[in-house]
Design a protein around this ligand. Structure first.
Ligand code: FE2
Ligand code: FE2
Length: 190
């Protein structure tokens, strides 16, 4: 026979399961009262500052990736590999799109996007590469993409449920980087 508390718990669970979906009115009221006060706690401000720093490092990474892919795009043409050279250009413009979305989000969060060329490489997780051999280019890009996948995965975990808008952005970019890595891996195997 079930313990009386267990039976009560099961009844409550099934009641909750059958309850119609309803919004949390207390939370809605709180937003109504606080929507026009732009005051954030010190802890919230510190967290945002840290998040903006992470996003700025990701922005630097994307910009270095744009430059690496552009360099590879133009020099791979000389290697009689037009298909891969064209794909490097496609990746470059997708990385630029990521950079733009990160910069826009940084501004929405009250931060400043850092495009300073002086510190770009130092802040980037990925390296620049000026190799002249096609397989070496593909390998350098694959390393950069895998680093990007790891970086964005960590950022998604760090943001968690605290900022759903930033988290969705990071997850979108992560999916693109994974696709880039898969393509590069495929060309290496060819
Ligand atoms: Fe990217
Ligand atoms: Fe990428």
């Amino acid at each position: 026979m079930a313990h009386p508390h267990e039976t009560a718990g099961l009844t409550q669970l099934s009641l909750a399961e059958h309850a119609p979906p309803a919004l949390d009115n207390v939370a809605l009221d709180l937003v109504r009262r606080q929507a026009l006060q732009q005051r954030h706690s010190t802890a919230e401000l510190l967290w945002r500052k840290g998040l903006v720093k992470l996003l700025n490092d990701a922005l630097a990474t994307e910009l270095v990736c744009v430059m690496r892919y552009k360099r590879h795009h133009f020099t791979a043409h000389g290697l009689n590999s037009p298909h891969i050279a064209e794909e490097f250009a496609v990746h470059a413009s997708e990385e630029m799109g990521h950079a733009d979305r990160l910069a826009r989000r940084i501004v929405q969060l009250g931060g400043e996007p850092d495009f300073s060329p002086e510190t770009l490489l130092q802040r980037s997780h990925a390296a620049y590469d000026a190799t002249l051999e096609l397989a070496a280019m593909i390998r350098a890009n694959l390393v950069a993409e895998r680093v990007a996948v790891e970086g964005y995965s960590q950022m998604v975990r760090l943001v968690g449920d605290r900022d759903p808008t930033t988290r969705r952005l990071l997850e979108d970019i992560l999916a693109d980087e994974q696709k880039h890595a898969d393509e590069l891996q495929g060309w290496l195997a060819d």
